[in-house]
Design a protein around this ligand. Sequence first.
Ligand code: WQD
Length: 371
Amino acid sequence: MTKVLLTGGAGFIGSHTCLALLESGHQVVVMDDFSNGSAEALSRVAALAGLGPWRQTSAERWTGAEPEGSRLTLFRGDVRSPQDLDRAFGAADVGGGIGAVLHFAGLKAVGESMAQPLRYWDVNVTGTVRLLEAMGRHGCQTLVFSSSATLYGTTETVPIPESAPLQPINPYGYTKAAVERMLTDMAGSAPGWRIALLRYFNPVGAHPSGRIGEDPHGLPNNLFPFLCQVAGGRRRQLEVFGGDWPTGDGTGVRDYLHVMDLAEGHGRALDVLLAEPPQVLTLNLGSGCGHSVLELLQTFEATNGLRLPYTVVERRPGDSAVSIADPGQAERRMGWRTRRSLADICRDGWAWQSANPQGYRGTETQPTPEL
Ligand code: WQD
């Protein structure tokens, strides 16, 4: 059992990874500023992990009931704040301290990054600098970083191996590439660093219970949550961005992976880092299979017995035709590959959406504050 800190652990990928780590026996401290996450998500994670009642013990802290419930603690905090980071690290100082960090905290909307580049450089890059400084103060040198396939840009290589050139085409992708460079430099500057750079392709879906899932604030930037909201009647129709791409049916092709597969991949990467000598491990996390927008839509309809209205419109600026991972390295280095199908993704995504039409908002269980 290792005590791990998840920055941004109340968000979509973070909350699902938190559950996977708890189920593997780890103790988890989460720090999140709730800009794209929710304390309710972790309340439900605690319930799914069987940690008993979840309570707010101060204006900034939530946890489960002793003793089992103390395996999960949540702090409201900003990754750019040394004080917030020290409070989260300090939560585990008793009995050995934080042994590893999984760094999810960051902004991740491509279009938004074009409009707000400085905010993206500040949160994604400066935030990681502050985190690394805090890790130094607390003697922690094991880090799993939430990177992205976006940093490959519009590569012609399909499927994409980790050796493909990094050629980001938007500020979001540039910040991911910059953080990867920063972490590689850190590993080269001092012995002992264990770092995994996990390049996600298209994480989608939800935990099969329907209790946790993706809850984008405002209009969804990405296909799958938008499609789920159309299915739930929250959006009128899906706009398909381009029907003239050089693909089978003319719509964009992507490598969709179930968020629970991705969560388990983080657990495997952590196991490898803790078991092996110091290294920088760079891995694509994807299924290795591509599906078009229309294929995903048709699978969603067939799996859930629904009809989804859509219209084909102009291409979205910055999009590419095809993005598919070569996942061979992840299988070779950590015995991981995706196990869940596109139908599993569609079934589980709809289970979440239909049970939570407005996401977590308005469903918060009123924690009994022991202020
Ligand atoms: C998928 C396909 C669109 C919306 C981005 C980030 C990536 C990762 C996942 C963080 C494309 C089409 C989309 C819609 C559509 N995020 N589409 N109508 O752009 O592949 O990747 O999100 O790590 O880093 O870059 O995902 O879901 O936005 O688009 O037709 O309303 O769906 O053109 O072909 P993308 P996406």
